[in-house]
Design a protein around this ligand. Structure first.
Ligand code: SF4
Length: 467
């Protein structure tokens, strides 16, 4: 594994390849129907997160804030949280409030669970939506820890024993529609729509958590809506304990002990199927096989046809992409998913990098490419873009594949950037990028092959008309 020794002078992250932890939590709360995310901390954090999400999704994003000031940092934020909650309940009438802490409130040691208990006590007898709290100190994690932590915290707070009773009853009803939970990880709205389609075509009922496919990629409004329509209902999350099984995406996530799917398995006996992100043929095959196993029905013909078209396209385009070198960066599970796909199509992922530091990414890439060291593949964990660019200068990739934050490095090294994942600030299709399923692999393959062809045309002094 390539690793840059951090010298004594190297004291800070420069141009981080990760985002702040409460950002990931806020994204999950935006995918729950009627939920309002509340950041317990300073306005600057909520403004940064809103700006980031808006520039990717191109939608208005409300994130409330308990508005710390100098005195709050000294005396604690209990009073601010109370006022923020009262304002939100009054102005938004939410179905849930998701509370995530910022670095400041974590550093001063605010006891948020106690503040919430006091708030509920103060309003005893009044109707109150669930107040779900997740601790998200950014200096301990990335946006992915915030994302997965918020999914788990929401399930832990809302799934009930009633669910287990329902499941036993459901088992006895022959005609009961099989219902599963899907925890997809941080995918695009287009990915979520595609996953919904697949589950529907298998005749499954499902709880997809989170589901921001409408809330963050909805139709044009004629009037401003305080909370956009759509999202997973609080009721459905309550019933996750009665599902026939849970599917949880992410090979890196699968190595974690404490996930939403594992919680449901332990508490309610809901079998957890841990799978890689279904990017590329192999991982998508595993997803469909699991659906076949759960439903007892074969894959619907339209997906078998899409798979067939995809394999035909891979044969047609192999000569363009074979042995092309790519630098892949982003969230750990996305990197692992893309590496899996690239190794299927003959592209060599010479550099695989993430700002995540779960410690699992190297092992997960080794599961896909056991001889990665012999192939000269460099893997960087806990990396920033200074590390990534330095490594890229050595391995000289033909392509960069990752989010918009890699643009400056790609430009300096004169290699095209294929934008995937989050954030995509400098294009208008962040929410419409499809990564998953056979259809996602088809789009990724076409983009990669056409980018390679386009670069060869641009670099040639005479130009090619046929390639
Ligand atoms: S201070 Fe912490 S919580 Fe606030 S924006 Fe920065 S990383 Fe995120």
């Amino acid at each position: 594994m390539f690793s840059e020794e951090k010298t004594e002078e190297y004291t800070a992250t420069k141009n981080a390849c990760k985002l702040c932890t409460p950002l990931g939590a806020s994204l999950v709360f935006k995918g729950i129907q009627g939920a309002v995310p509340l950041l317990h901390g300073s306005q600057g954090c909520s403004t940064y997160i809103r700006r980031y999400l808006i520039s990717h999704f191109k939608e208005p994003i409300d994130i409330a804030c308990s508005n710390f000031a100098e005195d709050t940092a000294i005396f604690g934020g209990g009073a601010n949280l109370r006022i923020a909650l009262e304002n939100i309940l009054l102005q938004y009438a939410p179905e849930m409030v998701g509370i995530a802490t910022t670095c400041l409130s974590e550093t001063i040691g605010d006891d948020v669970p106690m503040f919430i208990r006091e708030f509920k006590e103060m309003h005893r007898g009044e109707e109150m939506p669930p107040l779900v709290h997740i601790s998200t100190p950014s200096y301990q994690g990335t946006h992915m820890q915030g994302f997965h932590g918020a999914v788990r915290a929401t399930v832990e707070a809302l799934a009930t024993d009633q669910g287990a009773d329902d499941r036993k009853a459901n088992d006895q009803k022959a005609n009961e529609k099989t219902r599963v939970n899907l925890f997809p990880g941080m995918l695009s709205p287009e990915d979520l729509r595609h996953l919904r389609e697949i589950l529907t075509d298998f005749g499954l009922g499902f709880t997809l958590l989170p589901d921001y496919s409408e809330t963050l990629d909805g139709p044009l409004w004629t009037e401003y809506q305080r909370i956009p329509a759509g999202g997973t209902t609080v009721d459905a999350i309550g019933r996750t304990g009665s599902a026939a099984g849970s599917l949880e995406f992410g090979r890196v996530l699968a190595a974690e002990k404490n996930t939403a799917g594992k919680f449901l398995e332990k508490e309610f006996g809901v079998k957890c199927h841990s799978l890689g992100l279904p990017i590329g043929i192999g991982e998508t095959d595993r997803f469909f096989k699991t659906l076949e196993f759960i439903t007892g029905m074969p894959t619907p013909p339209r997906y078998a046809e899409a798979r067939g078209r995809l394999t035909d396209a891979l044969v047609d385009g192999h000569k363009y992409v074979s042995r092309v070198k790519a630098a892949v960066f982003g969230e750990e599970d996305l990197v692992v998913g893309i590496v899996s796909f690239l190794s299927e199509i003959g592209v060599i992922p010479v550099l695989c990098a993430s700002g995540g530091r779960s410690g699992h990414m190297v092992g997960k890439i080794a599961e896909i490419i056991p001889d990665y060291e012999n192939k000269g593949i460099r893997i960087l964990e806990d990396a920033d873009f200074v590390d990534i660019e330095a490594a890229a200068e050595e391995v000289k990739p033909d392509l960069f594949i990752g989010n918009s934050k890699g643009y400056t490095s790609a430009r300096r090294l004169n290699a095209p950037l294929i934008r995937i994942g989050f954030p995509v600030h400098d294009r208008i299709n962040g929410g419409r990028l499809l990564h998953v399923g056979y259809a996602g692999a088809q789009r990724l393959f076409d983009r990669i092959a056409n980018t390679v062809i386009g670069k060869r045309q641009d670099d040639s002094s005479w130009g090619y008309t046929y390639m």
